[in-house]
Write a protein that binds this ligand. Structure first.
Ligand code: F6R
Length: 606
């Protein structure tokens, strides 16, 4: 939430910053702003309410001269999304400019004290206190001043600052919110995540909580909370700039849905030895997987739905009792985990604060933390004891798609590894499952191609409906949950998912003529029951839509068909038509597909 970018180099800073903000816009899009240190030693600032495009227009009309600066795209927490609350914020005399991602919990008391000392505030944000605190703390070294200011802050933050006193430098500090250094040739960057500057570099330096950093065109200096110099090892992402572009697709979401076959392929690459019924997970080398007999899967949103698929995979493939939990609940309910029970945290970004804090809580309680993430160098990936990286490439659209399917794949691999280690999964059963798993990329291609037109047609009818219901049983239930989430978040159609058998315990009362009910039916053992539940809805006048495994089509007439295959591998396919349906419904209703209202990608506040 909120995107930060900083630049120190030889090019006009505003151009680099604006490009970075456009790439970071998925993190927030209520308002945006830039501050550039001009050659004459002053700070020039421009801020606009609304999308980054408005900032682009403003900088075209009145360019900001200077080669060092900071930029921000906002997802409002404190203070309405107006121009006066847009970042960067300045101190009383315009000598410091700051941008911030996160929430400063003690901002009210700091503001009261600063006001009493004569500081004049011009916004309603928590961030502005930092500018005034810098003004007080500055004694000739911006990095040191920011580090001192951070000692006074409670909450979570990534903050970047520039000052007229040090016109060649951008300083920053992080605690609980993401921030990386991008390493360039004769220029350096700061960014909430590396895709912001992927057109300029693939090399980064990770920052730890408590780190403060200063960049100039040719130097990066990092110090820890105590002021000791740190030299973290650089990392290089294998993402390409093209992956962070729309590449001819009308929306990032469209592109990302269609990238799934490739994302699945890349995530599988080198992992499966189907003939032997084994998987290769070097990441778990040295871990006694046979000792795992309970597992907690922890995540938010779409990743939580992947966790819901995961819990069933672990039970079936590994005979391990597994529970999926919402990270935001896990943290505060004093969870009782069995001795040595790992917390397997799943997060596309690896920066979702609830998931990160849940991982930290599990660690505090003495449990191993495993992670499935998609972003190299993410906080979760670094803090986890063990982790698997999905190879989905950058996911830019706010609504998650390719992360979900690749997470399911990663969980399948770990479940097989545990099942093989503890003997629950015999070699023939593992072979059958893995052969099917290897076929997923091709099957996904097929399903996407075959579902496009039907998705458009159904979406046309969805255009006017206020509500929709999704039903599924067993592994199809998390798919139904994910289908409903996709539809509501991008088309704004109110959508709910229920276990097929639950409808008669209450929700059936909501059905009437023409209400769409999307039934997911890919699980052999519950096919008859699920079909009966769909019929119960139709009997009450519901408009039936269905995703059906082709060999089960006799039970329920399919709107979308999924190829026959192993029950446990079907969720990654069954979700594809639902993603397309949500996409087409959003397009038909004219919503902002990639940037749904009120949302932001990578939720780094609680
Ligand atoms: C929904 C969506 C969100 C994320 C959730 C967790 O389409 O994108 O629900 O899944 O915010 O994000 P990560 O996986 O980055 O932890």
């Amino acid at each position: 939430m909120c995107g930060i970018v900083g630049y120190a180099g030889a090019e006009p800073a505003q151009d680099v910053l604006v490009q970075g903000l456009l790439r970071l816009e998925y993190r927030g899009y209520d308002s945006a702003g830039l501050a550039v240190v001009s050659g004459d030693g002053s700070i020039a600032r421009v801020r606009t309410a609304g999308r980054v495009e408005r900032l682009v227009d403003a900088t075209r009309r009145a360019p900001l001269p200077g080669r060092v600066g900071i930029g921000h795209t906002r997802w409002a927490t404190h203070g309405a999304p107006t121009e006066r609350n847009a970042h960067p914020h300045l101190d009383c005399r315009g000598r410091f400019a700051v941008v911030h991602n996160g929430i400063i919990d003690n901002h009210a008391e700091l503001r009261a004290r600063l006001k009493a000392d004569g500081h004049a505030f011009t916004s309603d944000t928590d961030t502005e206190v930092v500018a005034h605190l810098l003004e007080e703390a500055y004694a000739g070294d911006l990095l040191e001043a920011l580090r001192k200011v951070a000692e006074k802050l409670r909450g979570t933050y990534a903050i970047a600052a520039v000052s007229v006193h040090e016109p060649r430098r951008v300083a920053a500090v992080r605690h609980g919110n993401p921030l990386v250094v991008g390493l360039g040739q004769g220029e350096n960057y700061l960014a909430s995540d590396l895709p912001a500057v992927l057109d300029r570099t693939r090399d980064g330096l990770p920052l730890e909580d408590g780190d403060a950093v200063a960049i100039t065109a040719d130097r990066v200096r990092i110090v820890d909370r105590e002021g000791r110099e740190r030299r973290p090892a650089p990392f290089r992402v294998n993402w390409t700039p093209a992956q962070a572009e729309r590449g001819g697709h009308p929306h990032f979401l469209h592109k990302e849905i269609h990238e799934q076959p490739e994302a699945l392929r890349a995530t599988l690459a080198g992992r499966v030895e189907a003939a032997r019924g084994e998987v290769r997970l070097a990441e778990f080398e040295g871990v006694d997987l046979s000792a795992v007999n309970r597992l907690r899967l922890v995540a938010c949103g779409t990743s939580y739905h992947a966790a819901r698929v995961g819990e069933l995979l672990f039970e079936r493939l590994a005979g391990v009792e597994a529970h999926a939990e919402l990270a935001s609940e896990f943290r505060y309910r004093r969870p009782l985990l069995a001795r040595g029970e790992p917390a397997l945290c799943i997060s596309q970004s690896g920066e979702t604060l609830d998931t990160l804090e849940a991982a930290r809580e599990a660690k505090r309680l003495g449990h191993p933390v495993w992670a499935v993430t998609n972003v190299l160098g993410s906080s979760l990936g670094r803090e986890a004891d063990r982790g698997l990286l999905t190879q989905a490439g950058p996911e830019i659209s706010v609504a998650s798609t390719k992360a979900f399917t690749t997470q399911i794949l990663a969980l399948s691999l770990i479940a097989v590894a545990v099942g093989r280690a503890n003997g629950h999964l015999a070699a023939p059963a593992a072979r059958a499952f893995l052969r099917d798993l290897e076929g997923l990329p091709e099957a996904a291609e097929e399903v996407i191609a075959a579902s496009r037109e039907a998705a458009r047609q159904v979406a046309e009818r969805l255009r006017e409906v206020p509500d929709a219901f999704f039903l599924g049983r067993d592994l199809d239930l998390p798919v139904a949950l994910e289908g409903a989430l996709k539809l509501k978040e991008i088309s704004y159609i109110h959508a709910e998912a229920y276990a097929g058998g639950e409808m008669k315990h209450g929700p059936l009362a909501l059905l009437g003529p023409g209400v769409p009910v999307v039934a997911v039916l890919t699980q052999g053992q519950v096919a008859d029951k699920m079909a009966a539940n769909a019929v119960e809805a139709v009997t009450r006048g519901a408009w039936p839509v269905s995703v059906v495994r082709e060999d089960l089509a006799g039970r329920l007439a399919p709107t979308f068909t999924i190829p026959a295959g192993h029950d446990l591998t079907r969720p990654a396919l069954a979700v594809l038509p639902l993603q397309l349906l949500a996409y087409e419904a959003a397009v038909a209703r004219g919503t902002d597909v990639d940037r749904p209202r009120n949302l932001a990608k990578s939720v780094t506040v609680e």
